[in-house]
Every structure is written in structure tokens, then in C-alpha cells.
Design a protein around this ligand. Structure first.
Ligand code: AMP
Ligand code: FE
Ligand code: FE
Ligand code: ZN
Length: 286
């Protein structure tokens, strides 16, 4: 059987529901050869994940997922093989985390003004000490009976342009890629579908621009990508000399319909993605 990996996962350090240890253990149990832990704007889960990787005999790749400013949709940049002791990355993450902390009470205020009694205490309980993100707001709205599903919470209140949306990104795509490279990491564009491009050509232009800033890869295999879109992305990577990467964006209970390593059921991410990323890392930093 083909060796597989999952290069996009979240833990309790951000808005996933599994501890880093539990996530790595599960990755080993389902037979993955490698898993990358890529929490939103934090590397706090990496030490525990790497230690668990040694215990359970699975390769754990130190990662991060940075939210960046984009003209439309959502743009996230993944970093792989990062040096988690990088002073500049730690400093940047602190700035980004402060922007998140400023945003959260503003979302609470907006929801309160619409008569929804969500509180920061609720969010802190739901996030269990990790970075508070919109999925925690969605769970709070569910608990309060304001919505019936997480999706409804995003559509009515939380997604870009919705009534309680408050932007948080402070990094430009170029800054995010720079920061990842300064931390000796390899940068990849996460879930290209979320850029909401009107055409493949528009996406190709954005990817080419990001490549100019030092982007090395693009997430082609992804839970929300159709087979046809994945194939077109793989072609685009060939044309732009970008590494094909892939991940499920596993969040545990925060996104119960996404399973580690297999997404909605049919995803299978070849380990060759890791080998190609590592080759880029070696070419740049070894
Ligand atoms: P934040 O980091 O607070 O901006 O929240 C980002 C998180 O919200 C990511 O984990 C996304 O997967 C999730 N998210 C963003 N948009 C949606 C959506 N429309 N439906 C469900 N989850 C979403
Ligand atoms: Fe998330
Ligand atoms: Fe993302
Ligand atoms: Zn993610």
C-alpha cells in the first residue's frame, strides 16, 4: 500500500479538539508515515507533538498556519520544517496573537448587540487555553441555541462580510512567507479554494506572485477540493515549479465531518509530498 501523510492538522493549541499527543497517536494508529501539526498562528503544540512522534514511531513535521490579509476570501500560508526556537517567528506570532485577542471582544460585542449573550468566559472555557478562533464562537452560538449548526453560525454571523465578522489578519502574504523562511521553514499556500478566485487563471496569477515572495508549495489535496480541482492544481504546480502538498485540515470535534488522513473519506495524500518538501528544505537550508 502507498505510504500516506497528512500535512494540515489542528490541535487544542488553536481550534482543534485533540491534544497534540492524542492527534499524533491517532495518526500513528491509522498508519500515516508523517503528520504535520499546523495550528493557526501558534507553535505551542509542537513540543508535545514531536515528543509524541518519538513515542509512537511517526514522523512529526513542525508546522504553522498563518492567516494573512487578502483582497477577498481567506488566505492562509502554511509553514513546514520550521525552527520552533526562531526568535523572529516567536515575536511575529506574539503580534498576531495580540491582534486575535483584540478581535475577540469586538465579535462578542457585536453578537451581544444582536441579543446573543455570548461571553469571553464561555469562549475561554471552549478553547481550553488555546488560541480562541471563530470555531469557538460557532460552538458558543450552538450552545446558546442561536444557531443549529456550525455552518449556520459562519453563514449568519462569522464569515467574512457576515454581521459579526471582524477581520484579524495583520500580516501581508509577503510578510508571512518571509517570516516562515526566516524561521528556516518552507511556505505553502493552504486550501486555494478559499481564495474564492473566479477562475484558475486568477489563482495562477496569485500563486505566481506568492512564488515570487518565496512560496514553495501549494495544498492540492484537500478535504474540500474536488478530484477535478485537485488535478488542475497539480498541473498548476508543475507549471509554476511548486511542490504539491496536501492535508485534511483535521480539527477533531470542531469539524466532525473531517477525518484525520482521509478528510471526508476519499482523500489519500502520498508521502511523496513530504519528500518533495524536504528536498526544497535541503536546497534552501541544509
Ligand atoms: P479564525 O482563525 O478565528 O479566523 O477562524 C478560522 C477558522 O474558522 C478555520 O479553522 C476555518 O476552518 C474556520 N472557518 C472559516 N470559515 C468557515 C466556514 N464558512 N465554515 C466553517 N468553518 C470555517
Ligand atoms: Fe481552524
Ligand atoms: Fe486554513
Ligand atoms: Zn487549517
Amino acid at each position: 500500500m502507498q505510504e500516506r501523510c497528512d500535512l494540515h492538522t489542528h490541535t487544542l493549541a488553536s481550534d482543534g479538539s485533540d491534544s497534540p499527543e492524542a492527534l499524533v497517536k491517532m495518526a500513528s494508529q491509522i498508519g500515516l508515515k508523517a503528520v504535520a501539526v499546523t495550528d493557526h498562528d501558534t507553535i505551542d503544540g509542537l513540543c508535545e507533538a514531536i515528543a509524541a512522534g518519538r513515542r509512537y514511531g511517526i514522523e512529526v513535521i513542525a508546522g504553522v498556519e498563518l492567516s494573512v490579509v487578502a483582497p477577498k476570501g481567506n488566505m492562509h500560508i502554511l509553514g513546514y520544517f520550521i525552527d520552533k526556537s526562531s526568535e523572529s517567528l516567536i515575536k511575529t506570532l506574539k503580534t498576531v496573537q495580540e491582534a486575535r485577542k483584540r478581535r475577540n471582544p469586538l465579535i462578542v460585542e457585536r453578537l451581544n448587540s444582536m441579543g446573543i449573550p455570548v461571553t469571553m468566559d464561555m469562549l475561554e472555557r471552549l478553547s481550553q487555553g488555546g488560541q480562541i478562533g471563530r470555531p469557538h464562537f460557532a460552538r458558543a452560538l450552538l450552545e446558546l441555541g442561536a444557531v443549529k449548526t456550525v455552518q449556520e453560525a459562519f453563514d449568519r454571523f462569522l464569515k467574512r462580510g457576515a454581521s459579526a465578522y471582524v477581520p484579524k489578519s495583520v500580516l501581508s502574504p509577503r510578510e508571512a512567507i518571509d517570516e516562515i523562511r526566516k524561521a528556516k521553514g518552507i511556505a505553502a499556500l493552504a486550501h486555494p479554494f478559499s481564495l474564492r478566485c473566479d477562475s484558475d487563471e486568477e489563482l495562477r496569477e496569485i500563486a505566481a506572485e506568492l512564488k515570487g515572495y518565496g512560496l514553495s508549495g501549494m495544498e492540492c489535496y484537500y478535504s474540500e477540493h474536488s478530484r477535478a480541482f485537485t488535478d488542475r492544481l497539480i498541473d498548476m504546480c508543475k507549471g509554476l515549479d511548486l511542490v504539491v502538498t496536501g492535508g485534511t485540515d483535521y480539527h477533531g470535534k470542531a469539524k466532525p465531518y473531517i477525518r484525520l488522513g482521509e478528510g471526508k473519506g476519499s482523500l489519500s495524500i502520498p508521502y511523496s509530498c513530504v519528500e518533495a518538501l524536504r528536498a526544497r528544505w535541503e536546497a534552501s537550508f541544509a
